[in-house]
Design a protein around this ligand. Sequence first.
Ligand SMILES: [Zn+2]
Length: 173
Amino acid sequence: MGKKALIVADMLNDFIDPQGALYVGPAGREIIPFIAKKIEEGRAAGDLVIFLCDAHDPENGEFRLFGLHAVKGTWGAEVIPELVPQPGDHRVEKTSYSGFYQTGLEDLLRREQVEEVGVMGVCTSICVMETVKELFYRKFSVVVYKDGVADFDPQAHAFALKHMERVFGAKVV
Ligand SMILES: [Zn+2]
């Protein structure tokens, strides 16, 4: 049996702190305790814990759509204090929605012989779904924890959960 990994997407101050530049809203805060618990369990079981983090260049094209957020090296791009990465955890920086776009995520998962990936974080219909789609293409087994994902838009959230299950073969639990 291969290893398991947990991906925690964009649980950064700019998305999760009410003072953040692109605050997701209360839905983003409600998932914190669940994610904290899953991370604890994952570390104890020897799973890979991967913080997948926006780290944008101020010139990034995404800002046309969403405004300035998670600029590399700023407070907004740091993981929220409730979930601080520990030694042994991994941090993968990304510059777009997908965790696989110009990142080392695939190398990391292959090197560690990961077979199953649990996904949590924000936003369900954007970075979470784009990453789940890419995991599907690469034939990983994927579990999406519905108590561990959130979105600005409740309808997009519901659609994305359904879509990831039906179209990208994720187990939504
Ligand atoms: Zn972004």
